[in-house]
Design a protein around this ligand. Structure first.
Ligand SMILES: *Cc1c(COP(=O)(O)O)cnc(C)c1O
Length: 356
């Protein structure tokens, strides 16, 4: 792939944020972005790295009306000896392609995704912060750009990657969150788009999230859309429980996003000494189990926060506390994953990729 590079002279580049630990999530962006366009006659082309800027879009562009949009969330980490690591980026490239396919958008070859990202990181390497808990957040995105109001797949697309240096995801650091179990709202329904990382899933989840906050909880625990009875996800993260000493997570049913953190935790579990199970989990089993002690822990996971313990569930106007609010397994998985991601512990599985 030929990438045109329009690079800012050093004197015109932004200053780094003085205290990376104070960086808010996703507010500051680096000097450059990667872009690529899809045209029906020529396919994907015009790969370019150029100064980050606002761009004019036609008000009729299809993304604004029918929501053809997909994205990814990844991080680049600084290792103790100054290298830059990506965590399983091939998985993101693949999921991005599958999300595009589901949203009836032009599929981006995975090698373009990876090459664009690696080239951009070479130019922006100074933006990967070094303080513990900080990283460079990566947001690959694709949108339908054709200006036409007819309901049909866009004929043209823009793919881009933007980078944002971030501090620890939760400003209070690694701390338990509370979840409000919604038995009326649903994030995704069978046959819908729950497996795709697409903005519409998020737009549809915001109202329930707002109600959860008004009720005094941090995020929503999503149940299945049909019976409002089976656990699916926590906020915009996958969810795990420790039940009878076993690690249990909802089986991927078509409505649950295929989290790379989730997959990694499952793959690590046996060597970490806990048996893992993917299956249907009813909310009754969880609520009862918090009382009897069979459910000892609950935690959510995803790229942004890695692992987040859950200390309290609100269900049908009552509160249920997790016996181990800041449980040992959440912490073990958090430490193990962060160790591999930041290069401070060995990566025997070849999960990390050197970006520079
Ligand atoms: C991105 C995302 C996740 C987590 O996926 P990771 O690959 O682990 O970051 C979980 N649920 C939803 C709804 C998501 O969008």
């Amino acid at each position: 792939m030929n990438i045109e590079k329009i690079i800012l002279p050093e004197t015109e580049r932004k200053e780094l944020f003085a205290d990376p630990l104070q960086l808010p999530f996703g507010k500051y962006f680096t000097d450059h972005w990667f872009t690529m366009t899809f045209k029906p006659e020529t396919g994907w082309g015009e790969a370019r790295i150029s100064p980050f800027r606002s761009v004019p879009f036609d008000p009729a562009a299809s993304v604004f009306h029918y929501g053809q949009e997909v994205f990814e969330g990844q991080k680049a980490y600084r290792t103790p000896n100054g290298h830059i690591l990506l965590f399983r980026p091939q998985e993101n490239a693949r999921r991005f392609r599958l999300s595009l396919k589901r949203m009836c958008m032009a599929e981006l070859p995975e090698e373009y995704f990876l090459e664009g990202l690696l080239e951009l990181l070479k130019i922006e390497s100074r933006w990967v912060p070094t303080a513990p808990g900080t990283s460079l957040y990566i947001r690959p995105t694709a949108i339908g750009t054709e200006a036409a109001l007819g309901v049909k797949p866009s004929a043209e697309y823009l793919f881009y990657i933007i980078l944002s240096p971030v501090g620890p995801y939760f400003s209070k650091g690694y701390q338990p969150i509370s979840l409000w179990v919604s038995d009326t709202f649903a994030r995704a329904a069978s046959g819908g788009t729950g497996e795709a990382k697409t903005g519409g899933n998020y737009a549809g989840s915001l109202l329930a999230g707002k109600i959860a906050k008004e009720k005094g909880y941090d995020q929503v625990l999503w149940l299945d859309a049909r019976d409002h009875h089976y656990v699916e996800e926590g906020g915009a993260m996958n969810i795990f429980f420790v039940i009878d000493g076993k690690l249990v997570t909802p089986a991927l049913s078509g409505t649950i996003l295929h989290g790379i953190t989730r997959k990694s935790i499952l793959e690590l579990s046996s060597e970490m000494g806990i048996e893992a199970e993917e299956r249907r989990i009813s909310i009754d089993e969880i609520i009862e189990g918090t009382g009897t002690g069979r459910v000892s822990e609950c935690f959510c996971c995803g790229t942004a926060a890695v692992v987040t313990p859950v200390d309290r569930l609100g269900y049908k106007e009552a509160d249920y506390n997790l016996p181990q609010a800041n449980g040992p397994w959440a912490r073990k998985f958090y430490d193990t994953l962060c160790g591999i991601q930041t290069g401070s512990s060995p990566d025997s599985r070849g999960w990390t990729m050197r970006a520079s």
